[in-house]
Ligand binder design. Structure first.
Ligand code: IMP
Length: 179
């Protein structure tokens, strides 16, 4: 499919399935290399990162653990800027090497809040793996070590990302058309 319609919006194909899979396999190789022998704990941020995390972790060959958290939700197409709380962190992360797995870093507000909260729990290190990054919209300074794609400031859906909860199921990524 080259175009999809969700409610009142039309989206056009941005990254095809094969392209995404290839990019993720490269990211997994880097992580395998960087964390060999360190038994990282992947903290997967639901809901958006579920598909990315699943494909990423399938490509990880080193010993690792994973856990899932939720943050309070994002509505519509504007980032709310509200402080979001971590829900459901079951692991003790003290002294652990953490890789946070996220679908997208936009303004960076959500991730910065998450990093602040996680840092209070005494991990040994934290790095971020984000499938998508919007550098023009980013307002923060923290590093993102593993980025799938840097994209312009356009709204995207698919591959876990939603527009009003729709479109998460697409195996590709689509961007909003301006026409
Ligand atoms: P931030 O706090 O502005 O970095 O926003 C991060 C959150 O906003 C992500 O975890 C997504 O849930 C959502 N978000 C930002 N941009 C998009 C987009 O283009 N499509 C879908 N969700 C987005």
């Amino acid at each position: 499919m080259h175009r999809v319609q969700i409610k009142d919006k039309t989206f056009v194909l941005k990254f095809a399935q094969d392209d995404i899979q290839k990019r993720i396999s490269d990211l997994a190789k880097q992580i395998d290399h960087d964390y060999n022998g360190l038994k990282p704990l992947f903290i997967i941020v639901l809901n958006g990162a579920f598909m990315f995390a699943s494909d990423l972790i399938k490509n990880i060959n080193i010993e690792c653990e994973l856990t899932f958290v939720k943050l309070s939700s994002y509505q519509g197409m504007q980032t709310s800027g509200q402080v979001k709380e971590i829900i459901g962190l079951q692991h003790n992360i003290a002294g652990r090497e953490i890789v946070v797995v996220e679908d997208i870093v936009d303004t960076g507000i959500t991730m910065e809040n998450l990093l602040t909260d996680l840092n209070k729990l005494g991990p040994k290190s934290i790095r971020i793996a984000s499938l998508l990054f919007k550098p023009e919209s980013f307002q923060k300074k923290f590093p993102i070590h593993y980025i799938g794609y840097s994209i312009p400031n356009d709204f995207v859906v698919g591959y876990g990302l939603d527009y009003d909860e729709l479109g998460r199921n697409f195996p590709e990524i689509y961007e909003l058309t301006h026409t």
